[in-house]
Structures are given as C-alpha cells and as structure tokens.
Design a protein around this ligand. Structure first.
Ligand code: NAD
Length: 253
C-alpha cells in the first residue's frame, strides 16, 4: 500500500523559513523524512540557527527582489513541494495609511509571493507535478478595521493561489492557501501596540487579550498551522486544489 503521508526523496522550498510558521513547517517536514529542504529568508542569524535532521540548502535574500529569484532559479534542483510564506505585518486605517508603507507591505507580501510562485511553477512545469501552499490570513477573508494593506495583500494571495490552481491542474500541480487567525509567532514583535501590551501585562496576558475576540479564545501554535500545511502538501490531499483553508479558532465567523 502507498504511504501518502511520506515525503521521502522529495524536495521542498520554504520562504520565511527562519521563524514562526515557516520554521515549524520545515521541522514538520524534516520529521517526516523529507529528502531536501531549500530554505529562504532574509534573517541570516535565524536561518543559520535552524537545526534540521535532513539535507538543507539555505538562501539568504529578499523574496521581493527579482534578481534573488533569477539567481535561485538557475541553481535550484527539481522542486516537488513549496510553502510560499514570507511576510510582514503592519496596520493603519486607510485614510491614515502612508503610501510608502502600503508599497512596503505589497512589495514583500504580494510581489514576493508572486515572484516565488512564478519561479516555483516554472520549475515544477519542467517535470509536471507538485504541490504548493501559500500563506494567506483570516484578515484576507473578514474585513477588520485597520488591517488595510496587510489584509488586501492576503486576500490577493488567496486569489492568486486559485488562479495558479486553475492554470496548472492539467500539469498535476496543486495550489492551495491557508488562512490562519492569530498564531503565536515573532511577527507580533513588529507591532508597537502589541509590544506595549507585552510590556504592560506580560507576554502571556498580551496574547490572551489578543485572543479574546476569537470564538475559541485562543491563538494557534505555529506547529498547528504547519500540520495543516503539511497535510495540503502531502499526497493525502491529492484531490484538493484551489482551496483556502482557515485555521483561525472561528475568527472568520
Ligand atoms: P515570523 O515573523 O515569525 O516569520 C516570517 C519570516 O519571514 C521571518 O523569518 C522573516 O525574516 C521572513 N521575511 C519577511 N520578509 C521577508 C523578505 N522580504 N524576504 C525573505 N524573508 C522575509 O511570522 P509568521 O507569523 O511565522 O508569518 C509567516 C506568514 O504567516 C506571514 O506571511 C504572515 O503574514 C502569515 N500569518 C501570520 C499570522 C500570525 O498570527 N502569526 C496569521 C496569519 C497569517
């Protein structure tokens, strides 16, 4: 009988691999016999610090840069699986959103996802077959005030994944997105309001307060999202493409 949950002999590319959801997915795949991980991030110290029990190739760079992708594409081996996940967050009401900040968010989250997806698809089309997951967000589904550029980039990523799924199904390439709600990762350390809450109340209380508007009253651990991503990447999910899977404690309800 075929083991549809095995990743033995496969190569997976992960962006935003040095931290949070990306690092948890790298660990999840490494624990399931993945053959080779191609890990992309711009945080050199965190990328170098990863200790994974499989072959790894590290690529330090900015996913929003075209030169980075043309360099990586030239040397990349056959890619079977990809998690397109690198992202940054910030928020402001639309009327107060500086255009430069809008562009910074789009440059990483949307341009970066597009460049990664196009490069991965070109690689997979050479050998017909593969599975790709993009990291969207609950903010791309439900309209939260103040989530502007971030949320719009995440809604666009979900739609980008559906178009890619429709374009590439005939080539045996599946493309899905995950839409997490709150996940306890270092991304919150870039939010000055959240860090003020941490300073005032401590980390645990700050996350509990942030989770209080979620029906299940909890944030996810990065490993929970990694498990969902791993399932979608695996052959267990061979009938699933063009889907956006929420894992948000009911926040999108
Ligand atoms: P994180 O900050 O722990 O990890 C993000 C990683 O992306 C970091 O290692 C960072 O260095 C890298 N990165 C950022 N910009 C980059 C760039 N231009 N080039 C290369 N690498 C870059 O955060 P996380 O929570 O694990 O976020 C992963 C993804 O999940 C993001 O796309 C984020 O928007 C999404 N997400 C997170 C949450 C949450 O609550 N944490 C919820 C929904 C969606």
């Amino acid at each position: 009988m075929t083991d549809n949950s095995s990743f033995s002999g496969r190569t997976a590319l992960i962006t935003g691999a040095a931290s949070g959801i990306g690092a948890a997915t790298a660990e999840w795949l490494a624990q399931r016999d993945i053959g080779h991980l191609i890990l992309v991030d711009r945080d050199e110290a965190k990328l170098q610090a990863l200790e994974l029990p499989c072959e790894t190739t590290l690529h330090l760079g900015d996913v929003g840069e075209t030169d980075f992708w043309s360099g990586l594409e030239e040397q990349a081996p056959k890619i079977d699986l990809a998690l397109i996940n690198a992202g940054i967050a910030s928020g402001a009401p639309i009327a107060e959103q500086p255009f430069a900040e809008w562009r910074r968010l789009m440059g990483v989250n949307l341009d970066g996802s597009f460049l990664t997806l196009a490069a991965v698809l070109r690689n997979m089309l050479k050998h017909d077959g593969g599975s790709i997951v993009l990291t969207s967000s609950v903010t791309g589904i439900k309209a939260f005030p103040g989530s502007g550029a971030y949320a719009v980039s995440k809604a666009a990523i979900a739609h980008l994944s559906k178009i890619a799924a429709a374009e590439n199904a005939a080539h045996g390439i599946r493309v899905n997105a995950v839409a997490p709600g709150g996940v306890d990762t270092p991304i919150y350390e870039t939010d000055p309001n959240f860090m003020q809450l941490v300073e005032d109340q401590g980390r645990e209380a700050a996350f509990a307060q942030a989770a209080s508007t979620t029906p299940l009253k909890r944030f996810a651990e990065a490993e929970e999202i990694a498990g969902l991503i791993g399932y979608l990447l695996s052959e267990e999910a061979r009938n699933i493409t063009g889907a956006v899977f929420s894992s948000d404690g009911g926040l999108s309800l």
